[in-house]
Design a protein around this ligand. Sequence first.
Ligand SMILES: NC(=O)c1ccc[n+]([C@@H]2O[C@H](COP(=O)([O-])OP(=O)(O)OC[C@H]3O[C@@H](n4cnc5c(N)ncnc54)[C@H](O)[C@@H]3O)[C@@H](O)[C@H]2O)c1
Length: 426
Amino acid sequence: MNSEANTNQLKAGMVGFGMIVDETYRPFFETVHETGLYQRATGPVEISLEAVATRTGSRAEKYLAERGDKVGGFQSFAGDDAIEQMVKSGLDFACVASPDDRHFDSCKKVLESGTHLIVEKPSVLKLQELDELTALALKNNVAAKIVYHKLLDPDHKKLRTLVHDDVLQHVNNGYCSLLEPKSISGSQFAQWITGRNPGTYVAVHYIKLIDFTFGGKLKTITASGQRGLVGDQDGPTWDSCQMKMVYEYDSGREAAFDIHTSWVTPDNFPGYVEQEVQFRFDNGLWNGHSRKRGVECTVEEKTPFTLKNSMNNHYNGTFVEPWGTRSQRGYGIEVIERFAREVALIEHGGPASERQQRLDEVRSLSYNDLSADRQTVAAVQALEAILEKHVQGEPDCVVRVNDEQGGLVLYRPGSSEADVLYEGTV
Ligand SMILES: NC(=O)c1ccc[n+]([C@@H]2O[C@H](COP(=O)([O-])OP(=O)(O)OC[C@H]3O[C@@H](n4cnc5c(N)ncnc54)[C@H](O)[C@@H]3O)[C@@H](O)[C@H]2O)c1
């Protein structure tokens, strides 16, 4: 093994330090600080969390004081120029986990500094933003990736494998639902929830799952939702959303998918976060249910508040391993490690003269590359536009993809006028 001085290194930054950081990034950085990262092509690589940029610095600094030694300490920057300060630390990659509608600005600053990027889903809310970030990544020779951890869920990997191997043939239709408790909208996200909806934030997991697993061309998006619990019944903040997407495949046949999301389910409902999918094929049926695949556990005075009734031990579980050590592991963490491996490969996986080749290879991975997120972003942009029109008193709009008027076009019922949301081809 190399001595530490000769060991390859990657310096990382983190934008945002909220719930998702606690669940996935923090355990990743703590584990990798202890173990390093090894691939044959790179040898051992040391990965360090160098700097964190947040709005107020409070959660990052609390962590630094309580457990900062687990990652070897880091610099904490807060306020309006926190990201500019953060990238000056000479980073190799940065993770963006700020609220959804602030991803674009954060990502832009990261990419402008020539730093590899990984951003939480939804990557951005508009195709125009996607174009700008993709161009920046190309110009600055860095990778721009998105965290889609549900693609690494073993159940979803199996679904895709059966589709890929033509065991399950031609998807006809399906539904996905994800229900979250009121505490998510009421306290966890209270700071930034005004004007937001639970669709963009979580339906996007399923939009990507459908897009990546079944391929095809996105044609039409419709959506509706309910208000009155999180915010005013006529206001811009949504309790629950239902969206439908229609896809067309090379054969000319179509499929339709419904995605239902809510963040106002009672706090004590047994699912806590309940996820369900059903896909119907020419020759089969796939049913997935987070509670049916897992365990149900009750502990007096703990569940479902400090301990979940139906824990997803595949996503992000804390364990005492059979060999005695404690760990926190699962596909939510694996997806970040996988990205770090991709960056390590680009920077340390062979001679500098072949870096571009390695970067192109990493960019061609459509499960997480920003350039492969076009239809997903289109669906999110359409959902946001339809809900916005609804708030303005025009419900039931339809968005069509790549029609004669443009790439993403919104139509109102009873009006011949079209709103072109995006001109280029999706
Ligand atoms: N992959 C998943 O399943 C999953 C789960 C939860 C959240 N997320 C995503 O992670 C992101 C963050 O969600 P969360 O649950 O951690 O939210 P959170 O509200 O708990 O934390 C948000 C963090 O962002 C920081 N922040 C806010 N504005 C900022 C800015 N302009 N610049 C820098 N930092 C800023 C805040 O200080 C805070 O640390 C969202 O995009 C969300 O969609 C993903």
